[in-house]
Design a protein around this ligand. Structure first.
Ligand code: KG4
Ligand code: ZN
Length: 407
């Protein structure tokens, strides 16, 4: 089957087309496994637009998604060799009118979508998978309404997927030989710009949030600290870049800055990162001469403070719940030090526990992870009329709901 996936939860416009066959790969049931064939995975980043403001502005991001979706979609279809011109002109007046009403709140997107639908044939895809939450609500709606328009026009059903679950399931892309029984229970650490959650996973669709941040997310903390230090947006990669150089020359410039490790010794699995940003702000105010060396030291310390807290709680959760696997996901999982230190700590403290870490290009937002999640939940198709964007969608299954990811 071929899955068309759409991801617009934050500031990346992503479209992927994934073909899944029945040979090779990882299967949810532990039975015949699935083989993944990525036909295309296109991302259009809005970093340049948001850089000026030092953060993501939802309405600006919504405008960019409207501008980018159709060109990104066209590129994804072309790369997948699924873009074909319409052979004969059809009378689609009524359909076009309805597309207009589906994209009522995205007029810029409508202007690009309609000519596209008139020009090209229905592509050979079986399912549309779209992120419907959590995320920035105006941005989520652009992707959801685009999915609805395509679903209606081409009569292809939609599976709405949870963005946090996608950050977890993207890990199953590469680990083809494992049996499901070797993986669960798993403890998942999802660290992104909007979320920091420790999740107990007992199977696909079976999640319990053990703890989460009470204020800022880990990525948000990196972004805010980087802003204070004048390192630009997004802050995570900027801090990591400086901190790396600093780490390499650790013995030449001793780290004299000490930041707190908020909540590191609490018994729960919650986090708090806003105090870290405040500590950086106060420390920064006292420094008159903000040399490169000072920034390197501070970046190293910010990165290490975040890593220390994340790892302490993750290892604790893995021990407490006798996890067979630790799964890492989300934009912050692109951080090389976090990846290295997590593997090192597992090796030292719980060597029998396996560790899944996504390829760095799949750590940050992309639509391939949306496609994979759509595949695992392919039986939860919904009629396009019913799908809604939900900014605060939770991964956890509520007792009255059949599945966690489509709550
Ligand atoms: O998952 P993601 O792409 O978007 C959200 O769902 O929020 O995560 C983006 C976050 C940003 O806060 C960014 O600064 C952070 O991930 N990030 C990093 C690195 N690369 C991206 N943080 C630390 N180190 C990195 N190398
Ligand atoms: Zn994300």
């Amino acid at each position: 089957m071929k899955i068309l996936a759409i991801e617009t939860s934050c500031d990346d416009t992503g479209i992927a087309i994934l073909e899944v066959s029945k040979t090779g790969g990882f299967s949810a049931q532990g039975g015949p496994a699935s083989g993944w064939n990525v036909l295309s995975n296109i991302i259009s980043s809005q970093i340049k637009v948001h850089k000026k403001y030092g953060g993501v502005y939802p309405m600006l991001a919504k405008r960019e998604h409207q501008k980018n979706l159709v060109p990104v979609f066209k590129k994804a279809l072309k790369e997948a060799k699924l873009l074909k011109n319409q052979k004969a002109k059809k009378n689609q007046k009524a359909k076009s009118k309805n597309v207009k009403s589906i994209l009522e709140r995205e007029p810029e997107l409508y202007k690009k979508t309609l000519p596209f639908l008139k020009k090209y044939e229905k592509p050979d895809v079986d399912l549309i998978s779209v992120t419907n939450g959590p995320g920035l609500e105006p941005c989520l709606w652009v992707g959801v309404n685009f999915a609805k328009a395509l679903s209606y026009f081409w009569n292809i059903q939609i599976v709405p997927v949870n963005h946090i679950e996608s950050h977890i399931l993207v890990n199953f892309m590469e680990h083809k030989t494992w049996n499901i029984k070797q993986i669960f229970p798993a403890v998942c650490l999802v660290v992104s710009g909007g979320h920091t959650q420790l999740i107990l996973m007992r199977g696909i669709g079976k999640y319990k949030i053990l703890g989460e941040t009470r204020d800022d997310a880990a990525g948000e903390c990196f972004d805010k600290c980087a802003k204070i230090l004048g390192l630009g947006y997004p802050g995570g990669p900027a801090i990591a870049k400086l901190a790396d150089t600093r780490c390499l020359s650790l013995d030449r410039h001793r780290v004299s800055i000490q930041l707190p490790r908020p909540m590191i010794n609490t018994k729960d699995y919650d986090f708090s990162f806003s105090g870290l940003k405040t500590a950086v702000l106060y420390a920064d105010r006292k420094i008159k001469n903000k040399t490169k060396k000072y920034k390197e030291r501070m970046a190293t310390e910010v990165q290490q403070a975040v890593i220390d807290v994340l790892l302490k709680k993750t290892i604790k959760a893995a021990k407490d719940f006798k996890a067979k696997t630790i799964i890492l996901g989300g934009g912050v999982s692109a951080n090389e030090e976090l990846r290295r230190q997590l593997k090192q700590k597992i090796q030292k403290e719980i060597p029998d526990t396996k560790c899944l870490i996504p390829d760095t290009v799949l750590s940050t937002d992309n639509a391939l992870m949306t496609a994979i999640t759509g595949f695992y939940h392919r039986n939860k198709k919904q009629a396009w009329q019913k799908i809604k964007a939900k900014a605060n969608l939770r991964i956890e299954k509520k007792p009255s709901e059949p599945f966690g990811s489509t709550a």
